[in-house]
Design a protein around this ligand. Structure first.
Ligand SMILES: [Zn+2]
Ligand SMILES: [Zn+2]
Length: 189
C-alpha cells in the first residue's frame, strides 16, 4: 500500500505496485502519438486508449518508487531509438516511459484514464493521430514543464530513478520490436 505522502498505483492483477510522491511537481497530459498507441496495441491493451490517446503523468523519476512486484517489470522499445517503455509482465499494465539514457530526469507514467489526483490535463499532444477531433493544445507548456522539472532535479541532486542503475543503464534489458512487429502492432484494433 502507498504511504499517505504518495499516490498509489497498481497493475490490473495487483501483483505490482508503485507510487509517486504527492510533493512531486508534474503534469497530466494526453498523448495520441503513434508510438504510444503502438505500445498499447502491442500489449493488447487498446482498452487503455481514449480516442487513441493515453493519459500520462509527467514528472521526475526520483518521485517514483516501486513498492512490490519488481520481478514483474518488463521493458519494451518500439525500435532501436525508441523510448524505454516499462510495463508489467504479469498483466501487461504500462508503468513508465523514460528516455533511453538517464541524463534527463524525466518519466511519464501512463494512466488508465484521467486521474483527478494528479491535477488538470494541461496538454493534448499529437491529436492528429487520434480520433478525438481535438486540436493539439498545451504542447509547449508540457515541454517546458519537462525541462524545468528536469533542470531543478539536476540542480538539487535528485538523480535517483527506479528505472536506471547508478551506472545509467536500464534496470532490465529491453525487448526491441522489429519493424514488422511495430507495423503489426500499429494495425491492431
Ligand atoms: Zn499485474
Ligand atoms: Zn506518445
Amino acid at each position: 500500500m502507498a504511504y499517505d505522502s504518495a499516490h498509489g498505483f497498481s497493475c490490473d492483477c495487483g501483483q505490482t505496485e508503485w507510487q509517486v510522491s504527492k510533493t512531486a511537481k508534474g503534469s497530466q497530459v494526453v498523448c495520441y502519438c503513434t508510438d504510444c498507441q503502438a505500445h498499447l496495441r502491442h500489449l493488447d491493451r487498446v482498452d487503455l486508449l481514449h480516442d487513441g490517446g493515453t493519459y500520462i503523468y509527467q514528472t521526475t523519476p526520483d518521485a517514483v518508487t516501486l513498492i512490490k512486484g519488481h520481478e514483474n517489470l518488463a521493458l519494451q522499445r518500439l525500435g532501436p531509438n525508441g523510448m524505454m517503455r516499462y510495463y508489467t509482465s504479469c498483466c501487461k499494465t504500462p508503468v513508465a516511459n523514460t528516455l533511453s539514457k538517464a541524463t534527463l530526469p524525466f518519466v511519464g507514467l501512463p494512466l488508465k484514464g484521467e486521474d483527478p489526483r494528479l491535477g488538470p490535463v494541461i496538454c493534448h499532444a499529437h491529436t492528429d493521430k487520434g480520433t478525438s477531433g481535438r486540436k493539439q493544445t498545451g504542447f509547449a507548456a508540457a515541454g517546458w514543464g519537462i525541462l524545468i522539472r528536469a533542470a531543478r532535479a539536476i540542480l538539487s541532486g535528485r538523480r535517483a530513478s527506479p528505472f536506471f542503475t547508478d551506472a545509467g543503464e536500464p534496470v532490465i534489458h529491453p525487448t526491441v520490436l522489429t519493424r514488422e512487429e511495430r507495423r503489426i502492432a500499429s494495425l491492431r484494433r
